[in-house]
Design a protein around this ligand. Structure first.
Ligand code: ADP
Ligand code: GLC
Length: 486
């Protein structure tokens, strides 16, 4: 099969979250399975063209946006053998941020930037006679792709047979913009209606994408069910329900070439389920790095997260001090985002010296060290479409403490105190006290039921969430899309 993926993020070039991990790994896996995949993304100003060996590919590509003809250039690089095409437009992408400036203000032309990226990706396929079976788009940024195919290319010699798939990584971000942007998007005036793009007078990218896609998926079965309800559908539940069985959940995979304690080159020592001595070395290094008391017998709870309301870190903020006051436990926290949370978590180590370590910022090396060196990993998410960190944690024998929602519910098995079965600790109420008591449960297991800890670490490390499994799911989805395409 031939697949063209268009996305705003892709590792190792540009990443703010798990979307980039997925767009980096899924194409490589599909390609190894014998399929032909290309990726199209922006050439952001911060991308290191030398390091990543970008080569000029097309000097100019003309793209119609409404009544405006926009021009861009195209570069190409190989991401583990997958061609990644970079859309170069100084006007839209030569900036230091993906979506916002340093002061966290969203770029006002985001709807234009990403609509342009999407149409440029489709135009690139057309102009280079790459006739994909599937155009696969991700999140609101590129959700207009299926609409462009159906509105402009339904009868096209290159793209007329191309079906579309939209993957929703987070229904909380929909791309809702003023109606004044609509004409530029080039979606035809007649489609600005409540059953398509119009949403309370504004344009809603994700909603239009859902309506026009041949198949839609999100990144876990539980989140697929949750988003069909008013509570977590954020206004789009009726449209997701309208899709019927054309909306499904497919769990993300883990890139075990990056996230495997046996081979991870970012760690001071490697380890396996058979020999965990390297994990103790990582724990010592983590305690040293984060200025925690260097004591192998105190459990560490790790956190690596975007500071966004979805992640439940405001609830954790109410629980963390009571926890360290009542229990012999340490926190190692890494994250950035919401300034209120940054200014809460940033100064905590100064007040709880040796017991709480925090690093405000983005740091991949430290993320790996926390996964390896901690004993537990906490994700108290309000909602979590899939979540990658809990799956990394399982592989690193770092038991997840999670709220039972979305992908967290699907990937973590509840500890059974009678048998020692399970891979982590789950709670359901979104409250500080639920976090407090569940952390208490984990910590008491650490001190009082060491044999259960050992058993759970073995079960956790034996879990397999490799991309091959997820890629099978996507191949099924692509087949479905081809079948249902009108
Ligand atoms: P989301 O995409 O909602 O942020 P995921 O769990 O799917 O959540 O993916 C988060 C990814 O981003 C993981 O690879 C995680 O290690 C990484 N990450 C998040 N915050 C940071 C940070 N401050 N430093 C390093 N890596 C981070
Ligand atoms: C989103 C979700 C996260 C998911 C990731 C990759 O950022 O918040 O749960 O793992 O996308 O699909």
């Amino acid at each position: 099969m031939k697949i063209a993926m268009i996305a705003a993020e892709c590792v190792p070039y540009a990443k703010t979250g798990g979307l980039a991990d997925v767009v980096g790994a899924l194409p490589q896996t599909l390609q190894k399975m014998g399929h032909e995949v290309i990726v199209v993304m922006p050439k952001y100003g911060f991308i290191d063209t030398q390091k990543f060996r970008l080569r000029p590919y097309l000097g100019s590509l003309g793209v119609w946006m409404g009544n405006t003809l926009e021009w861009c250039a195209v570069h190409v690089a190989s991401n583990g053998g997958v061609p990644v095409y970079f859309i170069e437009s100084d006007k839209f992408f030569a900036r230091e941020g993906l979506y916002h400036d340093k002061a966290m203000n969203d770029y006002l032309d985001n709807p234009r930037r990403f609509a342009f990226l999407t149409r440029a990706g489709i135009q690139l396929c057309r102009d280079t006679a790459f006739a994909p079976d599937i155009v696969h788009v991700h999140d609101w940024h590129t959700a207009l792709g299926p609409a462009y195919l159906k509105i402009w290319h339904w009868n096209d010699p290159v793209l007329g047979r191309t079906a579309s798939v939209l993957t929703i990584h987070n229904v909380g971000y929909q791309g809702v913009y003023p109606a004044s942007d609509y004409a530029y998007l080039g979606l035809q005036p007649g489609n600005f209606t409540p059953d398509k793009f119009e949403d309370h007078g504004a344009v809603n990218f994700l909603k239009g994408g859902i309506v026009y896609s041949d198949m839609v998926n999100t990144v876990s079965p539980t989140y697929a069910a949750e988003t069909r309800t008013p509570d977590l559908g954020y206004g789009l539940a009726p449209y997701l329900n309208d899709k019927g069985d054309r909306y499904v959940g497919i769990l993300n995979g883990v890139d075990y070439t990056e996230w495997n304690p046996a081979t991870d080159r970012r760690l001071p020592a490697n380890y396996t389920a058979d020999d965990l001595s390297g994990k103790a070395v990582c724990k010592r290094e983590l305690q040293r790095r984060m200025l925690l008391e260097e004591n192998p017998d105190i459990p560490i709870i790790g956190i690596v997260s975007r500071f966004a309301s979805q992640k439940g870190l405001d609830l954790l903020a109410e629980a963390v001090e009571p926890i360290v006051n009542a229990m012999r436990v340490q926190f190692a926290l890494l994250g950035s985002g919401d300034p209120t949370l940054e200014s809460y978590y940033g100064p905590l180590p100064a007040r709880y010296g040796g017991r709480i370590g925090s690093y405000i910022g983005y740091n991949n090396d430290l993320a790996h060290l926390i996964e390896a060196g901690a004993d537990f990993f906490c994700m108290p998410s309000i909602y979590e479409p899939c979540g990658l960190n809990q799956m990394y944690s399982l592989k690193y024998g770092t038991l997840p403490i999670v709220r039972a929602t979305g992908g967290l519910e699907d990937t973590v098995q509840q500890y059974n105190e009678a048998t020692g079965e399970g891979t982590g600790f789950k709670f359901s109420e979104p409250s500080a006290s639920a976090i407090y008591y569940t952390v208490g449960w984990a910590v008491s297991t650490y001190y009082d039921r060491k044999h259960h800890m050992a058993q759970m670490i073995q079960s956790a490390m034996a879990q397999d969430y490799s991309w091959e499994r997820s890629a099978e799911g996507y191949l099924w989805l692509y087949d479905q899309a081809k079948q249902v395409k009108p």
